[in-house]
Ligand binder design. Structure first.
Ligand code: FE2
Length: 145
């Protein structure tokens, strides 16, 4: 069983976003499989994840700007992204290499934040984007999967 299990409720119905969320989950899962003693591999896996997170947030933020959804949502959502990036960078920098607990705490934070963010904020964004674009809402997408 993976650290983060993908499930149908995580779909937003926005194909690019869903594809990137899948990859994001895969990168977090991969990070959990690296031994805490293998610092080089761990470092590489973390930085790959961090770069991908930034790339993914950029896509979502562009999508929101282009769709011109509620500016209050856009502000809130961009702020949530920025806080997450700062928090994860802090957890990574202050981790104790000799103690797996700080790494595990970071992984648990990643997992809970990502799942909660997708289920609440990203799906809210998706329903607003679908409404603006006249495309299919997520609940209608599920039947295709
Ligand atoms: Fe997001």
């Amino acid at each position: 069983m993976s650290f983060i299990e993908w499930n149908v409720n995580l779909y937003t119905g926005l194909p690019d976003v869903d594809q990137q969320h899948n990859k994001l989950v895969a990168l977090v899962n991969r990070l959990t499989e690296v031994s805490e003693h293998d610092q080089d591999v761990l470092d590489q896996a973390f930085h790959e994840l961090k770069d991908y997170v930034i790339e993914h947030f950029t896509l979502e933020e562009r999508l929101m700007d282009e769709a011109k959804i509620d500016p209050m949502h856009i502000d809130y959502h961009k702020n949530a992204h920025a806080l997450f990036v700062a928090k994860v960078a802090g957890l990574w920098e202050t981790r104790d290499n000799d103690d797996g607990q700080t790494l595990n705490a970071m992984l648990e934070f990643l997992k809970s934040w990502i799942l909660q963010h997708i289920l609440q904020t990203d799906r809210k964004m998706a329903s607003e984007v679908h409404e603006k674009m006249g495309t299919e809402a997520p609940h209608n997408m599920f039947q295709h999967f």
